[in-house]
Design a protein around this ligand. Structure first.
Ligand SMILES: [Zn+2]
Length: 412
């Protein structure tokens, strides 16, 4: 490495990660740390304790987003923000989200070790409910912060038990007073890739230049309910059958587009009355499809739409479609991407440019401030799974890139 570049303390980063992985343990190696749960509170409290010990001031906004600020020498300048999330999926892993947060903390700690001041402050952010595993949509903390969705709609969102985000925030004591929405100089997010490209290529650093065009659709399938034995087959309007045709067709579309990086998923189903002796009156289905190429995405969308119409006809049901989450493919700021590339070259780090297949808080923040992301490898791309795994030696290059890029930007 070149003499004047900074390096994080890898051992300390790993130790901090290991401590975080004790909170919300699930099935031996995994985590279940749902947004605004008791485990999330415990993790938040620990992060705040670590950040305070590193000399940061803490602010929490109405959505529970946490901002840990290391002041700069010029308080009038907007800070450089580094963030990700602490919550996990229901059968989640130990690194999705928190690696990015703890690399941000490690940036602060490394600067402290060296006694280095920066002109702009550096803020480490924990966004509320990135996963959407308890409250839907995902990424609601960053999206409401960026005013992509409304604060009121987020606070009123309920989980499956009918608890609102507002109640859950009050319950864990993270309904803060800091303003929702602010100016940043820039935003950098490090995240595990959640796909197998870096791992398979033996490359340790991905510089994310954008995302896959993504659209979720929420389907309400209406039939009517009746007796599982007595009702003649021709007379049935089984909403679950309509759902079945949609699920199979949507998967077939994903397979047909798989060769050039298309993806389709049915992610969630709710059936009513969902009883063994009757067929279903109403089914709610969430589907999601993604493509790296905008034209191919359009073609996929047309096929999905046609499949829904065909499924409704075949099952003799009505299907209402409303749009869920979506994001585009041109998201990140050329100046930030360029900074990451230049810094990687200075550090002598091989990297590859890539597009993210997953959603991230950075997408919403990109509408507020120049933004870019760094990906680090995870074993075979396994994620949203308890077996998610990373290697420290393959994560450190990305962390060092984050550190040096943030410092360059903070001294601007
Ligand atoms: Zn994540």
């Amino acid at each position: 490495m070149v003499a004047n570049v900074l390096e994080i303390n890898a051992e300390r980063l790993w130790d901090t990660l290991e401590q975080s992985a004790e909170i919300g343990r699930f099935r031996d190696v995994g985590l279940r740390r749902l947004a605004l749960s008791a485990e999330d509170k415990q993790m938040r409290d620990l992060f705040v304790e670590w950040a305070k010990a590193a000399g940061c001031t803490i602010e929490v906004d109405r959505l529970g987003n946490i901002f840990a600020r290391r002041p700069g020498t010029d308080p009038s300048l907007p800070p450089v923000a580094i963030g990700s999330h602490l919550d996990t999926q229901i059968c989640g892993g130990r690194y999705d989200g928190i690696l990015g947060v703890l690399c941000g903390l490690e940036v602060v700690r490394t600067l402290n070790d060296r006694g280095l001041q920066t002109k702009r402050g550096i803020e480490v952010i924990c966004w509320t409910n990135e996963e959407g595993a308890r409250f839907n949509p995902p990424m609601m903390g960053s999206m409401a912060f960026a005013k992509v969705i409304s604060l009121e709609s987020v606070l009123a969102t309920t989980d499956d038990a009918g608890i609102t985000v507002e109640q859950a925030l009050d319950e864990i004591g993270y309904a803060g007073a800091a303003p929702v929405g602010r100016i940043f100089d820039s935003y950098l997010e490090l995240h595990i890739e959640q796909a197998p490209v870096l791992d398979r290529e033996g490359c340790d650093v991905g510089i994310v230049v954008g995302g896959y065009k993504t659209q979720a659709l929420r389907l309400t399938i209406n039939g009517d309910t009746g007796h599982a034995g007595g009702t003649p087959m021709a007379q049935r309007r089984n909403a679950l059958v309509g759902a079945g045709y949609v699920i199979a067709a949507v998967n077939d579309i994903g397979l047909a587009y798989a060769a050039d990086e298309g993806r389709t998923t049915t992610t969630r189903i709710e059936s009513f009355p969902n009883l063994a002796g009757t067929y279903a009156e109403q089914v709610k289905l969430t589907i999601d499809f993604r493509h790296i190429d905008a034209d191919r995405f359009k073609a996929m969308r047309a096929e999905v739409d046609a499949a829904i119409v065909a499924a409704a006809k075949k099952a003799n049901v009505e299907i209402e479609v409303s749009e869920g989450w979506s994001w585009g493919s041109e998201l990140f700021a050329p100046e930030c991407i360029e900074l990451l590339k230049t810094t990687a070259k200075e550090l002598g780090l091989p990297y590859r440019e890539m597009r993210s297949q997953a959603g991230h808080d950075a997408y919403a923040v990109a509408t507020l401030a120049p933004t870019a992301m760094i990906f680090t490898p995870c074993f075979e791309g396994i994620s949203h799974n308890v077996n998610e795994a990373i290697e420290l030696t393959r994560s450190v290059p990305g962390a060092n890139l984050l550190l040096n890029a943030a410092v360059t930007r903070a001294n601007r």
